[in-house]
Design a protein around this ligand. Structure first.
Ligand SMILES: Nc1ncnc2c1ncn2[C@@H]1O[C@H](COP(=O)(O)OP(=O)(O)OP(=O)(O)O)[C@@H](O)[C@H]1O
Length: 281
């Protein structure tokens, strides 16, 4: 897989022409990096990802891949979907075959690949998502968290350069969230660009290289610390400052953390705190 840059410029997207959900949204999905699309419920995250995937045609503006505008023709969309794959929030919108292996092979079979190539893609995708042991199981018998990972494996089997994941961690317990994030790291190591929509500011700070905040029917993009430390922006977006930024700032003010230290999660915070003789770590 090679790196490709997906972008949207001046996107007006909506379901009714008179009341667009997004009105002039511009963003770049930096190749090879992790982008979190953050926004409150109903702000338009899913709508934006659907547009970037080609599933929803913008009312105005353009989606581009390496600067080339997406053509909403049958051929243009087919080519786009070989590079950009969207995984929906609800895995049951994507899983409908008799077994996990059949669900994951659906896309590659549709590409007309020979059977052994399909088989090796299915094995690779299931392994990347650490769900190889589920290959023979009926998808509908799996837990919600397992179904979410199988749905991601289905998209991964298409070997996309850009993977758009709509709330991949929603409804998962902490260990399933950790498993999913580990799988996303493996995907990135396989040269995929990963985009995740979420309203979880703590997760975005800990995971993302870049953050795009969906706010006031547009998108504001920048480094996680800048976006998630901007209280005015967060208030407009109906989001809260991540706890690690608040606690980090307090500890710096108390002189317990060196200036410039920006822990992103509990492990980072503990690692940055000084050792004191007699205080257990
Ligand atoms: N198929 C549709 N037809 C009409 N309106 C829709 C449709 N899908 C979404 N909307 C509306 O578009 C707006 C944005 O919805 P969207 O699902 O993109 O938000 P979201 O940020 O993903 O929300 P959530 O965090 O709750 O999943 C909402 O007001 C929603 O009611």
């Amino acid at each position: 897989m090679s790196h490709r840059t997906l972008a949207g410029a001046g996107l007006v997207i909506g379901y009714e022409r008179t009341r667009p959900v997004l009105d002039g949204a511009t963003l770049t999905v930096p190749a090879g990096r992790r982008l979190a699309v953050l926004g409150a419920n109903g702000s338009g995250k899913t709508t934006l990802l659907r547009c970037l995937s080609g599933a929803l045609r913008p009312l105005a503006g353009t989606v581009t891949l390496d600067g080339v505008p997406l053509a909403h023709s049958r051929r243009g969309l087919r080519e786009h979907r070989q590079v950009v794959q969207l995984v929906l929030q609800d895995p049951d919108d994507q899983l409908f075959s008799a077994s996990v292996a059949q669900d994951v092979s659906f896309g590659p079979l549709n590409l007309g690949l020979p059977e052994d190539a399909v088989r090796s893609r299915v094995v690779e995708a299931l392994d990347l998502l650490a769900v190889g042991h589920l290959a023979g199981r009926p998808s509908h018998q799996l837990s919600f968290g397992e179904r979410k990972r199988v749905a991601i494996a289905g998209a991964v089997a298409m070997r996309p350069c850009v993977l758009l994941l709509d709330e991949p961690t929603a409804g998962l317990d902490p260990s399933a969230v950790a498993d999913t994030l580990a799988a996303l790291t493996r995907l990135q190591e396989h040269d995929s660009t990963v985009v995740m929509s979420t309203h979880d500011v703590d997760l975005a700070l800990r995971w993302a290289d870049d953050v795009a905040v969906v706010v006031d029917r547009t998108v504001v993009q920048g480094p996680p610390e800048d976006m998630l430390g901007n209280d005015a922006l967060l208030a407009r977006a109906r989001l809260e400052r991540p706890w690690a930024l608040t606690v980090g700032a307090r500890l710096r003010a108390l002189g317990l953390l060196p200036e410039g230290t920006l822990p992103r999660d509990a492990a980072g915070l503990l690692a940055a705190l000084p050792d004191r003789p007699g205080v257990p770590t």
